[in-house]
Design a protein around this ligand. Structure first.
Ligand code: 5GP
Length: 254
């Protein structure tokens, strides 16, 4: 493959310059990190699964009219995306108490919330992505009031669609994180869904058993992460049920 310019390398993905101005190639790595990269591992096959799953979610969301950065999947680990100015926020939507919210408020994990709750963290690894109120976001100019209204409405639409799709395959969407970027169509700014949507950025629990099928499997040492993500992919029909992350055994031909 021709050498390409690396634009950015994060914990789980690399961005390269794309073939056209205004495009990027997003490469999904197998690296898994947790607790602000204090815990690290390389998990074979994770990048391939997340590339496929993010394609599935972004395509479905586009089909219901939500603008996303996704253009097309290029190969097993890469997708072509539209370049956007990333708003430095992690936008988190919660349907059930879990993770940092359950810990902060002393709630039992799995408790149903009275309504979906949208919260924001300031994207800064050195600070550990601190939770920030909307007041800070507007005062510090990270986004405008209009942006925030649009972001909340976009996040809730994503939540409705994702919750329904996951419910249809027996999975509860407990919470998730999205990122939003700004693109310019001539002089007009527009917000689009960026980054990725995958089991790395969602909490997904089996409705019947409560089994965790997301990155908490890695964070909390609950088993094999690739098996959990493969289960999600199989249920969504993203990968045929006979395909696993393990290389197929060679077939002997007589
Ligand atoms: P919590 O705040 O409970 O740790 O996370 C809430 C939700 O946002 C979870 O689904 C979690 O996976 C996701 N999330 C929070 N921070 C990050 C992050 O830095 N990276 C990713 N991939 N997901 C995150």
């Amino acid at each position: 493959m021709a050498r390409r310019k690396k634009v950015y390398e994060g914990k789980a993905k690399i961005l390269y310059e794309g073939p056209e101005p205004g495009t990027l190639v997003q490469y999904f790595k197998d690296d898994a990190t947790a607790f602000n990269a204090e815990k690290k591992a390389v998990i074979e096959g994770k990048g391939v699964l997340n590339n496929r799953l993010s394609e599935f979610f972004m395509t479905g969301l586009t089909q219901i009219g939500i603008p996303t950065h996704f253009i097309k999947r290029l190969n097993m680990r890469e997708q072509l995306i539209r370049q956007a100015e990333i708003i430095p926020l992690e936008v988190i939507v919660r349907n059930f108490a879990a993770g940092s919210m359950a810990k902060r408020l002393g709630m039992e994990e799995g408790m149903s919330l009275p309504r979906p709750i949208v919260e924001f963290s300031y994207k800064d690894d050195a600070l550990g992505d601190p939770l920030v109120p909307e007041e800070y976001i507007i005062a510090f100019g990270w986004a405008t009031q209009q942006d925030m209204d649009d972001i909340v409405s976009l996040a809730l639409r994503v939540n409705d669609w994702m919750s329904g799709v996951m419910y249809g395959v027996g999975i509860k969407l407990v919470d998730f994180k999205i990122e939003v970027g700004r693109v310019w169509d001539n002089e007009f700014p527009r917000l689009i869904l960026a980054d990725e949507i995958s089991p790395d950025s969602c909490r997904l629990w089996d409705i019947e058993t409560g089994q965790k099928l997301d990155k908490d499997v890695f964070r909390r040492d609950l088993g094999n992460l690739t098996d959990a993500y493969t289960e999600v992919a199989k249920r969504l029909g993203v990968m045929p049920s006979n395909v696993t992350h393990r290389p197929a055994k060679p077939t002997l031909i007589n």
